[in-house]
Ligand binder design. Structure first.
Ligand code: SAH
Ligand code: SF4
Ligand code: F3S
Length: 480
């Protein structure tokens, strides 16, 4: 996933998705006399979670975060490299920042994250405004790099680690609504999907100390948080060696679910090749593990899936969907990622992707047109031979089918009561509150006297493809 901070968005084109994933800035504490850090995040939920680690590292080095880029001493862009347009957005932002730097010549600019890792020192050559380049495993080194940059020495650290999980660093919850939080449980990825740059930008897969995860979840609950999302590129391959044996993802999920029945637990991303029945049965056993699975498909055609090196075929994918429906029931929310116009994809193979959407009837999905990434297996082995116009027409067709199905899936819920965790004011009106249902659907309802962090039961009265609308219903008091 990428993530999906865009949780509230149901059907997204590539452009929409990046637009909503971009800005993430905040002020963590008043800091008279302290140096100011402005940090902006792009890309997936893991990058947003990393920015919270970065803010923590920099706080220890004497910085406070600010939401005003013009007065910042240090400007960090935590970047994404997943598609070419994700990188173009960062390059455009750097152009804007060169004007900020003209007005405030003392400000330093750091490029962090996946684009930094992909381009390394070249970024300093290509973008003169940049002072610091730091990959995702080198954030502990940021204070040193900043100190050097303050003396005029530009710095790069793109070392990828096999061990770093930042387990001991308490993230500063940037832009937090105080109700929902991300917890990174692993880093990197060992799956070499042929289209994907992540294994190159994030390095080898490693799992974080399970007890540090539980400590973090306990701490969040004590602070009033009521939902955690466990993050990894492939959470099903979580594996951590404790003194009493190996803890797998299903076991970790159970440990987190036991923190409190009032703490909702979500996770992302599941990989179709690895999601086990054990995970599904664990979800079933705990009411507070949300019945929602993001299961990226990428294509509905087995030949294309093979070229993508996803290591499953259409039948296997459908088998996992059937297992989800059998174990967790028809109402379990399921979403997908799909790519249109991968190398050599024929019209008939594209139809297979559309038919998979129809067959599964996903609740929502994130759809993208294929963007060749330098250095990936696909870039080396196959020509990027589908014209852009064809990719985008196929993308529109997928989005259209998904929009209709999302609407139909939501319409089934009109007349039902959904338990919602209140996250805050709705985007459109202060008079309404918004939260998500167990199945990760955004639900909007009149505020009345309800507060964020509360669980409410909402009778769904209307819907769009993206949102459920309703009003809170309270149980009649039982008369003695
Ligand atoms: N780990 C997750 C995906 C992380 S990347 C998984 O395996 O499913 C998020 C999504 O971006 C992917 O699911 C894929 O749909 C999309 N994506 C990745 N590389 C891409 C590329 N080169 N072009 C277009 N979309 C891409
Ligand atoms: Fe990329 Fe595949 Fe890893 Fe997901 S599982 S991050 S798509 S290589
Ligand atoms: Fe995430 Fe983008 Fe990196 S999707 S892992 S920030 S390439």
């Amino acid at each position: 996933m990428d993530h999906k901070v865009a949780n509230s968005l149901k059907i997204l084109s590539e452009a929409d998705k990046e637009a909503c994933e971009t800005v993430h800035i905040t002020e963590n504490e008043p800091g008279v006399g302290k140096k100011k850090l402005f940090i902006e995040s792009y890309g997936c939920q893991m990058n947003f979670a990393d920015s919270e680690i970065v803010a923590s590292v920099m706080r220890d080095a004497g910085f406070v975060t600010t939401s005003d880029v013009n007065t910042a001493d240090l400007i960090f862009l935590n970047t994404c490299a997943i598609r070419d347009n994700a990188e173009q957005r960062v390059r455009n932002r750097l152009k804007q920042l060169s004007f900020v730097k003209k007005r405030n010549p003392g400000a330093l600019i750091g490029v962090l994250g996946c684009m930094a890792e992909r381009l390394k020192a070249n970024l300093l050559e290509e973008e003169k405004v940049v002072d610091i380049v730091t990959g995702p495993d080198a954030y502990r080194d940021l204070p040193r790099l900043v100190e050097e940059a303050e003396t005029g020495q530009k710095g790069v650290n793109v070392f990828l680690s096999r061990e770093e999980t930042y387990a001991d660093i308490s993230p500063i919850r940037l832009n937090s609504n105080g109700v929902t939080a991300f917890i990174s449980i692993m880093r990197g990825c060992d799956n070499m999907c042929s289209f994907c740059v992540v294994p190159f930008t994030r390095g080898r897969e490693r799992s974080r100390d399970a007890f540090s995860i539980i400590r973090e979840a306990n701490g969040l609950f004590a602070e009033g948080y009521r939902e955690v999302t466990l993050l990894g590129q492939n959470v099903d391959s979580y594996k951590w060696q404790s003194e009493s044996g190996t803890i797998n993802f299903a076991q970790l999920l159970e440990m987190v679910a036991r923190v409190s029945p009032d703490l909702r637990v979500r996770f992302s991303t599941s990989h179709p090749k690895d999601i086990t029945d054990e995970v599904l049965y664990t979800m079933k056993r705990y009411d507070n593990i949300c019945k929602y699975i993001h299961l990226p498909a990428q294509s509905g055609n087995s030949r294309v899936l093979e070229l993508m090196n996803r290591t499953y075929d259409r039948e296997w994918y459908i088998g996992r969907i059937n297992a989800i429906r059998n174990i967790l029931g028809e109402n379990c929310g399921i979403s997908h990622d799909m790519i249109s116009g991968f190398c050599t994809e024929t019209e008939a193979e594209h139809q297979d992707s559309l038919s998979l959407l129809e067959f599964v009837r996903f609740d929502f999905g994130y759809m993208f047109s294929y963007s060749e990434r330098p250095g990936t297996l696909a870039a080396k082995k196959f020509a990027d031979d589908i014209p852009e116009s064809v990719k985008s027409r196929r993308l529109s067709e997928m989005i259209e089918v998904q929009r209709r199905i999302s609407l139909e899936r939501n319409q089934r819920l009109v007349g039902t009561v959904q338990r919602v965790l209140v996250e805050g004011a709705s985007k459109k009106s202060e008079a309404d509150l918004s939260g998500r249902s167990d199945q990760n659907k955004v639900v909007v309802f009149p505020r009345e006297n309800f507060k964020k962090g509360e669980y409410v039961d909402v009778l769904i009265t209307e819907c769009t493809a993206a949102t459920l609308l309703g009003r809170v219903v309270q149980e009649e008091p039982v008369l003695a």
